[in-house]
Design a protein around this ligand. Structure first.
Ligand SMILES: [Fe+2]
Length: 320
């Protein structure tokens, strides 16, 4: 841990970096829907600066206060296909029901305006394993040699929720995983994003890759895969990542526009129950000013409650 830095005079809030390029622990804050504006601003600034921030001992949070806190960062949005566990916005991430996320990904990139922030709360953690890793995709871009930055700037890629699960999951799927997949892909989405987006709040350039990326536009399958693997290898460099060992009551908040993450599937059959609230993002804009385009379906279906992630699709439908 590095030195403690007070960032808000009126609060006891402190931010301690846990990695050189990504991750910080915030102390002195009790998360809820009534936080004062100065504290919310300090938390938001810390997320933008450190990409993922961690809070310990937030045992008081439940589905309602988790959502109420999320509302201070933006408009909560429902997952486009997976029903919530509370009838509102809480997504269950539960290893009993196929919710293992052991692939590097950015949440919900198969829709145009994928979430800006994800807020993940640990209810039950396993006695060992089940850590989550995050990577800083702005640092990954900045670390590319100049010719690769120029190449990345010019590329666009198609993201889908109906990717080839068998190819990326060599372990045979269990019944629970198959069931999860059926729900996850109940509507097939395809969205073309720039490979490099200009972050709407920080102005940084970040990479949009991860396991929903199916292929790069205009390239054949082999060239596409080789380039995706090349750029993704920079995202996965350990120097660009942080690894978090969960305790019950922990909350992690990440800037979903500047990170990828990976849930390590190594806690055997022990229970691991987390709850996620996401808040709405905006349509990515590439270095050349071109926005992301929704290729399918023609419109985003209404979720069971509230508005769907990616619902901000005005002007991003593919031209017929
Ligand atoms: Fe995720």
């Amino acid at each position: 841990m590095t030195s403690t830095t007070p960032v808000a005079e009126k609060t006891a809030l402190t931010v301690e970096k846990v990695g050189g390029r990504i991750g910080a622990v915030i102390s002195g804050v009790r998360l809820d829907g009534d936080l004062d504006k100065a504290t919310v601003a300090a938390v938001r600034d810390a997320i933008l600066a450190h990409k993922v921030v961690f809070f310990r001992d937030q045992h008081h949070l439940d589905a309602a206060s988790h959502e109420a806190f999320g509302r201070l960062l933006g408009e909560p949005v429902a997952h486009p296909t997976v029903p919530s566990v509370d009838g509102r916005y809480a997504l269950g991430i539960d290893n009993e029901h196929g919710g293992r996320a052991n692939q590097w990904h950015t949440d919900v990139t198969f829709v145009p305006a994928y979430p800006a922030f994800s807020i993940l709360r640990a209810e039950v953690v396993p006695p060992y394993g089940g850590n989550t890793l995050w990577s800083n995709t702005a640092a990954a871009y900045a670390g590319l040699p100049e010719p690769l930055r120029v190449l990345a700037d010019s590329l666009r890629g198609v993201h889908t929720n109906d990717y080839d699960y068998a190819a990326v999951r060599p372990d045979a799927p269990t019944t629970a995983l198959e069931q999860h997949r059926k729900v996850f892909t109940s509507t097939t989405f395809k969205t073309e994003h720039p490979v490099v987006r200009v972050h709407p709040e920080t102005g940084e350039r970040t990479l949009i890759l991860g396991n929903f990326l199916q292929k790069l536009s205009g390239l054949n399958g082999r060239d596409s895969r080789a380039l995706i693997d090349l750029f993704q290898s920079h995202v996965e460099r350990p120097e660009n990542t942080v690894r978090w060992q969960w305790r019950a009551g922990d909350v992690a908040i990440w800037d979903n526009r500047a990170t990828q993450h990976y849930g390590v599937d190594d806690s055997d059959d022990h229970e691991r129950t987390l709850r996620r609230v996401t808040v709405d993002g905006d349509v990515p804009v590439g270095v050349d000013g071109r926005r992301s385009v929704l290729l399918a379906p023609e419109s985003v279906p209404e979720p069971g409650y509230g508005i769907a992630s990616g619902a901000s699709t005005d002007g991003v439908l593919a031209e017929a």
